[in-house]
Design a protein around this ligand. Structure first.
Ligand code: NAD
Length: 423
């Protein structure tokens, strides 16, 4: 087994991602040489750069990362996150998860991820723009529409993608919409990309409920996180007639067992930024959301939130992972022992990269689809991927996470073997 020299990638999240990979690689009997190769990213860029605060005299040094896990399948693809604790290991782990995710839904990308270690909550709009433009310049030689295509993630959004696209385009001298996805439709963004990840999660509910013999029309749902993923999952669930009993953000959680008025909550957040203060529901501690009496729990904020210390208290029968890496290996073991069905991140939240792929195709072809076309194709891909993974789970007698990893790793390993080794 390869141990990266100096343990460059070591971090709790890399430990989780590599641990999952090692377990499944052994189970599959994956060739050791291929396993060693897939265990570490192919290309990692780490930069530091100066960042001037709005107070002119304040200059900080920020760290940024772009990790490309696998270049075998096509360009690499993955989000850029802004978070106070992001590091190389976390980004490397997320890049690896992106590789499996792309393979599971069958989009022709390898995995990548990027990040800047900065608290986005503490940035003014002007500061956010300066960080984005300078970080883009720092990684400009490793991104591009045929090489590596970023997208939004935790702490970044459509506006950040617009600045990234503009910076890249200024640099090369002409507009290059296909260098990034998740940008505003006015710049070549796809309709329905904004809603894609949350909507994709909800598309899987009927199949998941079917496995547990639950009525898919009567599910109650709690969602941790009310950003891009959580908010649009809540809206999609609400539109499907399901009861969204609780949602949370960094300020805390709203709870109403009868079901929240999701549109009113979204409007409140647009006007007040945080959930706290919303008048028509109980406001409870954010961590309580994990143990509420609901049918479905959707972690859609940050990683490592379902752990050994709370997995035993979860009352939901189904967990759909909107966030990347929300469940630790120990937490996962407890959920499995308790018979809780977990739809893993690399399957559940693949709606985002799927519509990002649609966006890239539309940008490259300069031919744009209608919302109905995007949503219908998203639904088809998500439900087919679920069935494929479920079939692997039945055939191999494994849980859905293991099955999803088997499907993703097998596809990538096959491609690697037929491409061979250069030179
Ligand atoms: P976002 O920044 O739009 O929203 C994050 C949400 O989490 C916010 O409600 C925020 O208040 C909350 N949050 C942040 N830090 C928290 C903390 N310490 N404790 C509790 N809540 C906290 O981010 P997003 O794009 O919705 O991404 C959320 C997760 O989904 C991430 O793990 C991301 O990698 C994953 N994901 C996102 C996409 C996408 O298309 N945006 C696609 C696939 C996976």
């Amino acid at each position: 087994m390869t141990t990266p020299v100096g343990n460059e990638f070591q971090s709790p999240m890399y430990h989780e991602a590599a641990g999952q990979f090692d377990r499944v690689a052994r189970l599959m009997g994956l060739d050791d040489n291929v396993a060693d190769r897939l265990r570490v990213p192919q290309k990692s860029t780490m930069v530091s750069f100066p960042f001037r605060r709005d107070t002119y005299s304040e200059v900080e040094t920020l760290f940024g990362y772009r990790v490309q896990h696998l270049t075998t399948m096509g360009p690499t693809k993955g989000g850029i996150r802004y978070a106070a604790d992001v590091d190389l290991g976390e980004v490397a782990a997320l890049a690896m998860l992106m590789t499996w995710k792309c393979a599971i839904v069958g989009v022709p990308f390898g995995g990548a991820k990027g990040g800047v270690r900065v608290d986005p909550m503490g940035l003014s709009r002007a500061e956010l723009q300066r960080v984005t433009r300078r970080f883009t310049m720092e990684i400009i030689n490793v991104i591009g529409p045929e090489t590596d295509i970023p997208a939004p993630d935790l702490g970044t959004n459509e506006q950040v993608m617009a600045w990234l696209m503009d910076t890249y385009s200024q640099h090369v001298g002409h507009s290059v919409p296909a260098v990034v996805t998740g940008k505003p439709p006015a710049l070549g963004g796809s309709v329905a990309r904004r809603e894609a990840t949350g909507r994709g999660l909800m598309f899987l509910l009927p199949q998941a409920a079917g496995i547990r013999q639950m009525n898919p029309n009567e599910l109650t749902i709690a969602i941790h996180g009310f950003g891009n993923v959580g908010r649009y999952a809540a809206i999609a669930g609400h539109q499907m007639g399901l009861r969204i009993a609780a949602v949370s953000d960094i300020s805390g959680a709203l709870y109403d067992p009868e079901g929240l008025d999701v549109d009113a909550v979204a409007k409140w957040v647009d006007e007040n930024r945080f959930l706290e203060g919303f008048p028509d529901a109980d406001f409870i501690d954010g961590d309580k959301i994990f143990v509420l009496p609901v049918d479905v729990l959707v972690p859609a904020a940050i990683q490592n939130v379902i752990r050994a210390d709370n997995a035993g208290d979860i009352q939901a029968k189904i967990v759909i992972e909107g966030a990347n890496g929300p469940t630790t290996i120990e937490g996962d073991d407890i959920l499995r022992e308790r018979g809780i069905l977990v739809i893993p991140d690399i399957l559940a939240n693949a709606g985002g990269v799927t519509v990002s792929y649609f966006e890239w195709v539309q940008d490259v072809q300069k031919y744009f689809w209608t919302e109905n076309e995007v949503v219908a194709r998203l639904r088809e891909i998500m439900t087919r991927a679920f069935s494929d993974v479920h079939n692997v789970a039945l055939n191999e007698d494994v849980d859905l996470r293991t099955a999803a990893l088997i499907k993703g790793i097998r596809k990538v390993a096959d491609a690697k073997l037929v491409r061979g080794i250069f030179p």
